[in-house]
Design a protein around this ligand. Structure first.
Ligand SMILES: CC(C)(COP(=O)(O)OP(=O)(O)OC[C@H]1O[C@@H](n2cnc3c(N)ncnc32)[C@H](O)[C@@H]1OP(=O)(O)O)[C@@H](O)C(=O)NCCC(=O)NCCS
Length: 177
C-alpha cells in the first residue's frame, strides 16, 4: 500500500523525505530523546538520520512499517516521528513515536497517536496495536492511554539502557468487534 499523508487538527503526518534529516538529527540528537527510547543513539552521529529515513521509505514500500514525519501544518515545522511497525502474520503492529523537546506538553503526540491508531485499524486492517514504554516514562504511558490503549502488564528489568536494567510496561488495543 502506498503511504498516504494523514491530517489531524494541527498536524500533517506525511511520508519522510531525505530533506527531513537535518531536523531529525537536531531534535532526535537531544539526550532526552535517547533516554526513553531503545534504538535512538546518543550522541547522534552524522548520517544516521539519512540512513534511517532511507530504510523507513524501504520498509513502507514493502508494507513492513509506516513511519510518518510529524509536521506542524501551520508552519511546516518538523516536530518528530510517529509510526507503526507491522507484523502482518499476526495482523498486529507496534506503535512508536518521539517529539522534539521544544514541542513537549502541547498534546501533539497524543493527536498523532490517535490518528495512527485509526490508520492501523481502518486503513491497514490490523487487529492489535501495542507499545512498550520504559516504566520511568509516564508521559508516554499517558499518550498511549489517551490513544485508547490499555495497560497489560509490567516486564521486570526487560531492557538494559545505559548500564541500567529497566522495567517496561506494555499497552495494547484490539480492534473493536
Ligand atoms: C513521551 C513523549 C512522546 C510525549 O510527547 P508529548 O507531545 O509531550 O505528549 P502529549 O503532550 O500529547 O501528552 C503528554 C501527557 O503526559 C502527561 N505527562 C507529562 N509528564 C508527565 C509525568 N512526569 N507524569 C505523568 N504524566 C505526565 C501530560 O500531562 C500529558 O497528559 P494530559 O494531556 O493528560 O495532561 C515525549 O516526551 C518524547 O518524545 N519523549 C522522548 C521519546 C519517547 O519517550 N518516546 C516514546 C517511547 S515509548
Amino acid at each position: 500500500m502506498r503511504q498516504l499523508t494523514l491530517q489531524t487538527k494541527r498536524l500533517t503526518l506525511r511520508p519522510y523525505q531525505l530533506t527531513d534529516a537535518p531536523g531529525m538529527q537536531q531534535l532526535a540528537g537531544e539526550r532526552a530523546i535517547a533516554a526513553t527510547t531503545l534504538r535512538i543513539p546518543h550522541p547522534y552521529p552524522d548520517g544516521v538520520a539519512e540512513e534511517w529515513i532511507a530504510s523507513a521509505l524501504e520498509r513502507a514500500a514493502s508494507g513492513k512499517a509506516y513511519h510518518f514525519a510529524m509536521v506542524l501544518t501551520e508552519t511546516d515545522e518538523f516536530l518528530g516521528s510517529v509510526g507503526l511497525t507491522v507484523q502482518r502474520e499476526w495482523e498486529r503492529a507496534e506503535l512508536g513515536y518521539w517529539i522534539g523537546v521544544p514541542y513537549w506538553g502541547r498534546g501533539y503526540t497524543t493527536e498523532a497517536a490517535i490518528e495512527i491508531v485509526r490508520f492501523g485499524f481502518e486503513d491497514l486492517g490490523l487487529h492489535r496495536i501495542y507499545a512498550s514504554v520504559f516504566a520511568n516514562n509516564p508521559a508516554s504511558a499517558r499518550v498511549l492511554e489517551k490513544a485508547g490503549l490499555t495497560y497489560e502488564g509490567r516486564q521486570v528489568q526487560a531492557i538494559k539502557k545505559w548500564d541500567e536494567f529497566l522495567d517496561t510496561l506494555t499497552y495494547a488495543r484490539v480492534k473493536a468487534t
